[in-house]
Ligand binder design. Structure first.
Ligand SMILES: Cc1ncc(COP(=O)(O)O)c(C=O)c1O
Length: 491
């Protein structure tokens, strides 16, 4: 949004391109020290934020190595660059498919701050929260079992895990299904990709929460389908705005904790959404990415449990409760979709994580998984409280947290700043070792909105949370002092 016309972005791009070219042609040799951000900013007459952002980009791509308190250096060995053959003009290379061209055109998804000492990255979980002892024990037991001679897993996943999940989903999410309807996938992302490829055509449209989960939107847009963004409020997706558009073939929703704003979709709206899907013969994808984490009250049952017409595809993941590195997720499919999803899954990867799937099944069956979840909920409740307290303490009257009733992140609304200030906030916070993430890239529509930052807390200690917000508060005050007229007048 407006990025091309943003002069800082232009300067950042130019600097990045120049430095990269110098690294590639050897002018800047491997291990060469780069000037400090301050010195280079002064020499070039640009802001330090611009230089830092260019360095960060080079570091993210492996051209440069940065570390807090140390000078940035050219990576050693220098990044191996693909050899580009000279292409004769009369013999251009084979073209990408239209799908490939759409994927190539997607805006890159950068969600890491490699130099952040305290990183509020959402989606991260603390590795110390992983139940390593129980997992190791179960893994050893699995390894010494005599494996059946079947060389490949079945596309639907291990029977033991599907059986264990069936019971877990009934107990925890009020969701009833046959084991047949369960398809184990490599994280919900693979499940979303299968949905996109099997359910959407290029002329179709899909309902998408605004703001919403960008990695889902990218999957759907890559098919050539068009997003129909629907705003969300404190009760979730504004279902009264669902369009009567004959192109709409599916709706992607996060009803248990709207991503990223955190609302729980009200019962009345759940009914309205199901009725809309029925009228339009559309599928609903229910992404339950954080359904286990609701504080104070029992988690609300899954939308799928209200679905009388088998329209809902439920997407679950173990990325929050165990680790995103496991890449273990699952779909609960309407019966008529089971066959085609299994075959598409077979084409993709045949489903080979058999050991991990069986280990997880044994943890669920023994009750260890649900004990772990209860412990994790308590720990995350402590982190959540630390974040609420820190914002109260360090940002009185300047920032407001939204969407904290469930999940593992909140949205910090900064009514005195404009969303165009989000990049500066992010870059200045990173200079002080704090990773924060702007909300605006998650909107499909453009608008005049106050600045907001997404703050994930599940990977941090309560001390880090307090310190991170204390430093962020200084940054916010500095950006405010650099004076923008308030978007929403102070009351
Ligand atoms: C809305 C949403 N869905 C799903 C996921 C999880 O993806 P995966 O299961 O592929 O790790 C995330 C991760 O952050 C998310 O934010």
């Amino acid at each position: 949004m407006g990025q091309l016309s943003n002069p800082r972005r232009g300067a950042e791009r130019r600097l990045y391109t120049q430095l990269r070219a110098q690294i590639e042609d050897g002018t800047l040799a491997p291990d060469a020290k780069l000037p400090s951000t301050r010195a280079l900013a002064e020499t070039l007459g640009v802001s330090r934020t611009t230089v830092t952002a260019a360095y960060e980009q080079l570091a993210a791509e492996g051209f440069v190595v940065t570390a807090v308190g140390k000078a940035a250096r050219v990576a050693t060995p220098a990044v191996a660059l693909p050899v580009v053959a000279t292409v004769p003009r009369d013999n251009p290379p084979p073209a990408l498919s239209r799908y490939g061209q759409r994927v190539a055109a997607l805006k890159p998804y950068h969600m890491v701050s490699p130099t952040a000492r305290i990183d509020f990255r959402y989606g991260a979980v603390a590795s110390r929260d992983f139940p390593a002892l129980g997992w190791n024990r179960a893994y050893r037991a699995e390894l010494i079992k005599r494996q059946p001679t079947r060389p490949n897993g079945q596309p639907e996943g291990e029977a033991a895990l599907r059986q264990a999940l069936q019971g877990y989903l009934r107990r925890a999410r009020g969701l009833t299904c046959d084991t047949e309807q369960l398809l184990v996938v490599h994280g919900s992302q693979q499940g979303l990709d299968l949905c996109a490829r099997l359910l959407l055509n290029p002329d179709d449209a899909f309902i998408f929460e605004d703001p919403g989960y960008r990695m889902a939107r990218y999957c759907f847009e890559a098919t050539g389908a068009t997003a129909l963004p629907i705003p969300v409020d404190a009760s979730g997706l504004q279902t009264q705005r669902l369009p009567d558009d004959p192109r709409a073939r599916l709706a992607y929703v996060t009803p248990s904790h709207q991503f990223p704003m955190g609302a729980v979709l009200s019962i009345a709206r759940r009914v309205e959404l199901l009725n809309w899907a029925s009228r339009h013969r559309a599928w609903i994808i229910e992404d339950d990415y954080g359904g286990e984490f609701r504080y104070g009250q029992r988690p609300i049952d899954a939308l799928q449990s209200m679905d009388a017409e088998a329209r809902v595809i439920y997407v679950g993941t173990f990325s929050k409760a165990l680790s995103p590195q496991l890449r273990l997720g699952y779909l609960v499919l309407p019966r008529e979709l089971v066959g085609v999803f299994r075959e598409a899954k077979r084409l993709t990867d045949r489903n080979e994580t058999r050991w991990e799937q069986n280990v997880l099944a044994s943890l669920i069956d023994s009750g260890a998984y649900e004990r772990h979840l209860r412990r994790l909920r308590r720990d995350n409740e402590g982190r959540r409280k630390a974040l609420l307290d820190a914002v109260d303490h360090h940002l009185p009257g300047l920032g407001k947290l939204e969407g904290m009733a469930a999940g593992l992140h909140g949205v910090l609304l900064l009514p005195h700043l404009h969303e165009r200030d989000e990049d500066a906030l992010q870059a200045m916070a990173l200079e002080r070792g704090i990773g924060v993430y702007p909300l605006s890239p998650l909107f499909t529509t453009q608008g005049e909105r106050p600045a907001s930052l997404i703050l994930g807390y599940a990977g941090l200690t309560v001390q880090q949370i307090d310190e991170g917000i204390r430093i962020l508060a200084q940054v916010i005050r500095e950006v405010m002092a650099a004076a923008h007229p308030p978007l929403i007048p102070q009351s």
